[in-house]
Structure formats: C-alpha cells, structure tokens
Design a binder for this molecule. Structure first.
Ligand code: ATP
Ligand code: FE2
Length: 327
C-alpha cells in the first residue's frame, strides 16, 4: 500500500509518500519568518500559497518512479495538535486530494506520528520517547494506548531555545546557533532547574538566561549553561520514566533531537542503564510529511478512516486520545 501524508501543524509544510517498507518521496517547503517567531496567520498564508506547487513536485517525482496518482491508496494529514490556521490549510488540501482521487482519508495525531516513524525506522519495540520540539516537550510511552508520563508545564524546550536566541540577536530558528555557541562555552553558571514530579518548566530558565546575557556574561557561556540545565531536566525525567516503567529503549523525536549535546547526554544515561538509544534519520526527526504518511498507513491498515465530514482539525489533539490497535 502507498500513502501520501501532508504535514503542516506549524512552520513546516511537507508532503511524504511511503509504502510499508520505506519513504518513497519527501518534499519540504518550510515557512521561515523574516524576523521574530512564527505568526500563525503568516505561516498559514505561506502554506496555502505553496501546498499546490509542493504537491506538483511530489506527483512529478512519483511519475518519474512510475507511480501514478491513482496508485496512491490512502491520503493522511496532520489533524493536530498545532496552530489552527495552519492545520486548516493542510486539512483542506488533504480533503481535496481524497475526494479527487477517491481515496480514503486518515487524520493523524502529529505526536503519534513522531513516535511511530521512529519506531518504524529504528526497529524500536516499546521505547520511552523523548519528544522535544518548538511547541512540544513530552515523555511518552505505551501502556495500552500511548500516555504522556511527563511534559512541560509552560513552553516547549525548542521555543525556550528560540526565545533566548532571539534575545541574543540570533536569527530563527535558534537551536543550531545556540548549539554552536554552547560548544565553545567554558564556564557553567547556575540557572533555575525546574523538575516537578515528572513535569518540567522552561520559562523561568529563559528569563534567567536572558538576564545572565544582559549582565555581560559571554554568549558562549550563556548558551552552554542554558543547554546543560535544560537538557539535564529532560534526561532526568526520561530516566525516571524508564525506571518506573521497567523499559530499556529510548527514542528521540522532534527538532531539538538534532542537538548533539542532548543526544550525548541521553546516550550516557542509556549506557548506564543498559538501555538502547534510538534516533531516526535527521530528515524524519523534525516535522515531516513522511511520518504522517507512515502513521496514516499504519492506522488505515488497522481499520481507521476519517470521513471528510469528521475531518475537522484538532488544535489541542492529545496523543492519549488515539486508540492504538497495533503492536
Ligand atoms: P512541533 O509542531 O512538534 O512542536 P516544531 O514546529 O517545533 O514541532 P520541529 O522541527 O520538531 O518543529 O522543531 C523545531 C525546533 O527545533 C526549533 O525550536 C529549533 O530551534 C529546534 N532545533 C533545531 N535544531 C536544533 C539543534 N541543533 N539544537 C537545539 N534545538 C534545535
Ligand atoms: Fe513536531
């Protein structure tokens, strides 16, 4: 079976085509704000202007591989969580495709897609997933359905990094720039480490790091101190979830998962506990259409379908709401 998946919960506009074995085509056209953060309406405007040409490129590449539009079996789209205006553009495009090609539609939970694409590509069985992106920071594992065992009480860690970067005059997205600066950091300054039970919080950390920067501390040391503090919080809770659930696999997901220091810290923790550390290839780590396509395929083959009349977007869609019928 072949599934075409559309992703567009926030800045990323992406279409992927997969079959059970692999990603066949992946095309991206991300929205990059000129300055400042992401404006939902501007991002949605970008998506609505670009989704047609993006799909044109996908069908062209499929044609070159001898795959015709009618060969697609299922259309999947990111139904939530995310920014309402962005979600609506992508849902509309998916409905049009479904009606035009007369193929079933499947609405996919974006967080679930991050987890399932990682399990697929890494052959992970039952991992504790650390899902860290701009908008989300969650520790997810399966107990029947998926459950969130810990999460941010305020902003996502990527958002926190981007806020600090912006304050330091660095362009969006700040993650890779803060990472480069942090590599040259030498001195650790203590910053608020906030873990409450299994949850954590980043907004106080951002405020304190901004103040540290304003007080004249070197940007490299601010970035270093920030990363060490924020990532230690995430690794602590991931480790606690592993111990509590008696599991031995950790999967990283989300754009912040590209950070080499976070990966190093997770690997060290996993080695200590004799757990395996898994990471999908970089193009499947951040938001992408292939993860939606794969999860749509998985759901469809287990009996899921989203009739067009039930395909409204869900900006607050939680992973726990999905009934998981597969292994
Ligand atoms: P979601 O909709 O799941 O919240 P998102 O829209 O934030 O996702 P992602 O691609 O998952 O998109 O993540 C983007 C975030 O990842 C940005 O905040 C960016 O700064 C951060 N990021 C990217 N590369 C790095 C890096 N090397 N180190 C730290 N953060 C990074
Ligand atoms: Fe995401």
């Amino acid at each position: 079976m072949i599934c075409l998946g559309l992703e567009g919960t926030a800045w990323s506009l992406s279409a992927g085509v997969v079959d059970e074995r692999d990603v066949i085509v992946l095309e991206n056209d991300p929205y990059v704000p000129e300055k400042g953060g992401i404006h939902p309406r501007e991002a949605a405007q970008h998506h609505s202007e670009r989704v047609g040409p993006l799909l044109g490129r996908v069908f062209k590449r499929l044609g070159e591989l001898g795959i015709k539009p009618e060969d697609i079996d299922v259309i999947a789209f990111s139904q939530g969580p995310g920014m309402g205006p962005c979600l609506r553009v992508v849902a509309t495009a998916a409905r049009v495709l479904s009606l035009k090609l007369r193929k079933p539609l499947v609405g996919v939970n974006h967080c679930l897609a991050h987890v399932e694409v990682g399990r697929w590509k890494c052959d992970a069985r039952n991992p504790v997933t650390l899902y860290v992106s701009g908008g989300n920071s969650q520790i997810i594992a399966r107990r029947g359905n998926y459950r969130v065992f810990g999460e941010t009480l305020d902003i996502g860690v990527g958002n926190a990094i981007d806020k600090l970067a912006r304050h330091m005059g660095l362009p969006h997205p700040g993650g890779p720039r803060i990472e480069e600066l942090a590599k040259k950091g030498e001195k650790y300054y203590e910053l608020p480490y906030v873990v409450k039970g299994m949850d954590f919080s980043f907004s106080g950390l951002v405020t304190a790091a901004k103040k540290l920067y304003d007080s004249g501390v070197r940007a490299e040391d601010v970035a270093f101190s920030f990363q060490e503090t924020a990532f230690a919080m995430l690794v602590e809770v991931t480790e606690r979830a592993l111990a509590y659930l008696g599991l031995d696999e950790v999967l990283i997901a989300g754009g912040v998962g590209a950070n080499s220091r976070l990966r190093e810290m997770l690997k060290i923790m996993c080695e200590d506990r004799e757990a395996r550390f898994y990471s999908p290839p970089k193009e499947l780590l951040g938001d992408n259409g292939a993860m939606i396509a794969y999860t749509g395929l998985l759901m469809y083959s287990h009996g899921y379908e989203t009739p067009v009349e039930n395909s409204h977007v869900k900006p607050d869609f939680r992973i726990e709401e999905v009934e998981v019928l597969w292994d």
